[in-house]
Every structure is written in C-alpha cells, then in structure tokens.
Design a protein around this ligand. Structure first.
Ligand code: KDO
Length: 334
C-alpha cells in the first residue's frame, strides 16, 4: 500500500474505533441502573438467584439494564435496604417480613413462628388474594413493589455446644443470636431463649468466640455461611417457614415501559423459581452433610415449641394489629 493510502486507511480505522467506543459509552449511559444489595453470602441460593435474574434480563431486554449485584451486605447494611430504596439509593433487594413489619405492622403476622405451614402454603398465601392485598399496602407505605416471593428456607436452631433440647424451657438462658429488630428478638424470646441482636455478617465470629451460644437459620444457609464449622448441634424446631420478597423501588418501577416491566417481572420469577427449587432440594438432602461434619442433629418436641410460640404471639401486641380474620384466612389457605 502507498504511504498516503496507508495513512488514510489508518485514520479511517481510528475514526471507526472511536465511533464504536462512543456508541458503547452512550449505550452504557442509557442503561437503567439496577443496584441490588443483599446480606446473602455468594454460595447461598438467594445470592446465586440474582445471577439468574441478570441473565434473564440481559436476554429478554438486551442493553437496557445495568444490573449490579452486591452480596455480603457490601452496599447496604442488613435491614437498611428498604430505606435505601425509598431514598433512591438502591433499586432492588430481597426484603424480609421483618423489614416490612416495621412499616406495615399487620405484616408481623408473617414474622410469627408456626403460621406458614410449608413452602407450598407460603407460595399460595403470597401468590393469592392475601398477598395481593398486603403487597398493595406495602407499595403505598414503603414505596416499593413486590415482584416475587422467595422461599428462604425453614429456620432451625443451631447451637455452639450440644445439649438436650426438647421444648422451649430447655433454651432458657441460651444467648440465641437474632437479626437486630424487635420483631426478630420477640421470636427468639417466644422460643424460650435469650435473644441477642447481631448482624448476619458477624454471626460466624460470634459463634467462634462464644459471644453467642447459638443462632437460627435455614439449613442451606448454615452450610453456605459455614456456621457448621463453629457449632455442634442442629435442633430441628422448624419454627419459621421463612420468606423474602424481591422488591423494586417504585420510582424505578413506575419509570419503566410495559415491555420492560414484563421483562423484569419474568426475571424476578425466574430468580425465585431457581432459588425455590434448589433450596427445597438441598433441604431434603442436607442432614447427611451436617452429620458427616460431626454435628448432632436432634428432633425436639415440635408441638411443644409450636404451642409455646403461638401462645406468646397470641397474647402479644403484634397480634393486636393483625386484621381480624387474617390468621383464619391464612390457616384456611390450602
Ligand atoms: C439472618 O440474618 O439470620 C437472615 O436469615 C435474615 C433474613 O431475613 C435475611 O436477611 C438473611 O439473613 C440474609 O439474606 C442472609 O442469608
């Protein structure tokens, strides 16, 4: 090639590259940011589900969203996500019934032990008229829209030192770590223990050093967060069939067009389904893992726990704000 032509050629190539680069930047700038924050550890299903969410969205609405996944409470502290969403600092999170109950007091019915019977019951309650009514109030009072219900698992008691636990009296004096809100602490108290508030990220060290005697979480989380390394016993109390809710800030949701809303809803459903299927499957097989790790897995008198916990809630201030008939409607949901 002659020198002049070569120069022209190079210039054209540089200009094309620049144009492509600028177009790329413009595209990135036009993408709608979706910042996600969760305390979940990377190996837990409700952390991995966000990758499913992102992949689904990238496929159905390519180049429209910039999904940023922040695990381990690295962006916002556990429990502060709803406030961050309301302030416009966060677009998406998985919020708990305990987070919701702070602003929608009647939602505390789902923080009570032994109300939701099993994962199927959970999906029916939240996927039916009860969920529809309550999520409308959640949107009005919290400025977030709930997209999907995620099964976090069935919570069990996990102790640092093994002991004979048959009923709530046997947990007397046990410093049981609970997340830091009064609704959580009440659940710990109803179980007969001495509840001690601590953020999820500090539980491993608390168990290791002995500042707490135990904690409660679903078994897949006990594995994913490695609590089994620093505890000796699992007591299968089954006290809370726990759920979290994929929620998006209304400011973001209301700014989307119908196709984008549809894409986001499908992505949230795919994420929840991925979590629910895998978590259920793991819960069905996980006991052997803990036994191999040397933990004692014991069966308490679940009816004794159920009676004590239900009685504690029935006479609490929480029950006073439960809409009349709601508990019966939940119980009658099949
Ligand atoms: C916990 O802190 O024990 C808890 O299980 C509470 C849940 O609501 C949820 O925040 C969960 O932690 C985190 O997602 C970590 O798994």
């Amino acid at each position: 090639m002659r020198p002049n032509r070569l120069r022209r050629h190079c210039l054209a190539a540089v200009l094309t590259a620049c144009a492509l680069g600028l177009a790329g930047t413009a595209l990135a700038q036009n993408k709608i940011p979706l910042r996600i924050s969760t305390p979940a550890v990377p190996d837990d299903w409700h952390a991995k589900m966000w990758t499913v969410f992102k992949e689904s969205l990238d496929k159905s609405a390519p180049n429209q969203f910039d999904v940023q996944i922040n695990l381990n409470a690295s962006l916002f502290k556990q429990g502060t996500e709803p406030a961050a969403m309301a302030r416009g600092n966060l677009e998406l999170s998985s919020i708990s019934a305990f987070d919701i109950a702070k602003l929608v007091p009647e939602f505390s019915i789902f923080t009570a032990g032994y109300v939701i019977r099993d994962p199927q019951h959970q999906q029916k309650v939240f996927g039916g008229p009860i969920g529809q009514e309550l999520f409308k109030t959640v949107s009005e009072k919290m400025d977030v829209t709930v997209l999907s219900t995620v099964y976090l698992g069935t919570r069990q008691v996990n102790l640092r030192e093994a002991q004979n636990v048959r009923s709530p009296v046997d947990l007397k004096g046990i410093k049981l770590r609970m997340p830091g809100s009064k609704e959580w602490l009440f659940l710990g108290e109803a179980l007969g223990a001495t509840p001690t508030p601590l953020a999820f990220g500090e539980v491993y060290m608390g168990l290791k050093t002995g500042t707490i005697d135990g904690q409660d979480n679903p078994l897949p989380t006990v594995r994913a967060a490695k609590f089994y390394e620093v505890t000796k016993q699992l007591v299968l109390t089954q006290h809370l069939v726990d759920g979290i809710f994929i929620a998006i800030a209304n400011k973001t949701w209301n700014g989307l067009n119908a196709n984008q809303k549809q894409a986001l809803q499908s992505a949230a459903n795919a994420a929840a389904q991925y979590n629910n299927e895998n978590r259920l499957k793991e819960e069905g097989q996980i006991i052997d893992f803990f036994k191999k790790e040397g933990l004692q897995v014991t069966q308490p008198d679940v009816d004794a726990f159920r009676r004590a916990v239900q009685a504690a809630y029935a006479k609490s201030d929480y029950a006073k704000v439960w809409p009349s008939g709601l508990l019966e409607r939940i119980n009658n949901t099949r």
